[in-house]
Design a protein. Sequence first.
Length: 480
Amino acid sequence: MTVINTHKPIRGFLKKQIPLIITVLIGVGLWYCPRPEALTEVAWHVFAIFVATIVAIILKPLPMGAIAIIALAVTTVTGTLSINEALDSYNKAPIWLIVIAFFISKGFIKTHLGLRIGYYFVMLFGKSSLGLAYSLTFSELLLSPAIPSVTARTGGIIYPIAGGLAEAFNSKPNQPSARNLGTFLILVCFQGSVITSAMFLTAMATNPTVVVFAQDLGVNISWNVWALGALVPGLLSILVMPLVVYKLSAPTIKEIPDAYHLAKDKLKQMGKMKYQEWVMLGVFMLLIGLWIVGERIGIDSVTTAILGVSVLLLMRVVNWSELLGETVAWETFLWFGALLTLASQLKSKGVIDYFSEHMAGFVGGMEWVYGLLILSILYFFSHYFFASSMAHVGAMFSTFLLTSIALGAPPILSALLLAYFSSLYGGLTHYGIGSAPVLFGSGYVALREWWRVGLIVSIVNIFIWTVVGGIWWRVLGFWG
């Protein structure tokens, strides 16, 4: 007689539900726990739903899009928000900017223009391991304004080039030969993706969220202002970072005279630039041009993005079915809107003001320069506790920005510093930004080395962006 053990599948099922159970318990616990007298019942319920949503994003019991739908359902079913309030954020321009930017990035990936650009840079600079590092970093910099998915940009375009070069020189993952070249290139690619994500509003999906949160607090950041503010510290970080990584994880292969020929062979295999690549290149140049000067002639960044994707559709570079199939874009749209709704309601219901007043006590009495520096560093290193940039921004950005402004710090300076840090802090760990799991999963870098290099490079970035960036922002008139 066969005895069926029913306990094992039940235990397995319950184990899988632990993240969901934790999320629900935290949400329900906050919902019913005593609230501060300064907050209304509705404000406290919004806070409870928001915290549960952030916990769910961190623990990942369900995909982020599903979490967003459930969060919106809870807000409306419980009567915390009306359906119009719950859906209000979906008509904001930044959410559409990021979705349309994903569509534009589809053209880069489909036409292989990004790969072609990368191999051209390798031909120009790839005579040494350090030259290769700069060629990969400059390739990413060039692509970053038009590809908001750091996972697609770094993992789908830059990493294949770096991995292919490492393999070509017998540098294998999970083997001692990884240090020949692969370890160095992977670390540079990762840290480069963090810097380029900070340099443009359209370089990372989290960035438009920051813009909306800042707008809710009365600080307006345009595409132009973001890029101009990041120009000097960003370029300096890009120049310094490969040298720092080279010092910390030097490759055993220093000179690579054959890299030029390898890149040339790859380009030969790709053939001459095709019609779709030329169109994609033209659209890319149009986008950059209008993002820089468009607002002066009455064309905002979202209109520019819509124009760009319209040209790609008309010229058959991408088709509508492909855009409908861009699941990452549509999922981003869902969770982006839901998180913006909750964060906006936290502000309008007084929750952000309440917590900011209490946090101000921590740095109260300080000169705003020192207070802003302390707050920004706390904000930066707290990313060790987050597996998602969006969760981190949603949980902390508005509170830290409002506290900085309350200290007397210039609003635009405070918003930009925290905004740039919202990308730069991704370099700390192997889980803190979308490019991290892809590159760490390649097997070229040990965990201890990943964290060691990440910490040191992050400290260098903090110095560059606070000191050099602070001087640059004063020149621009952001403070002083």
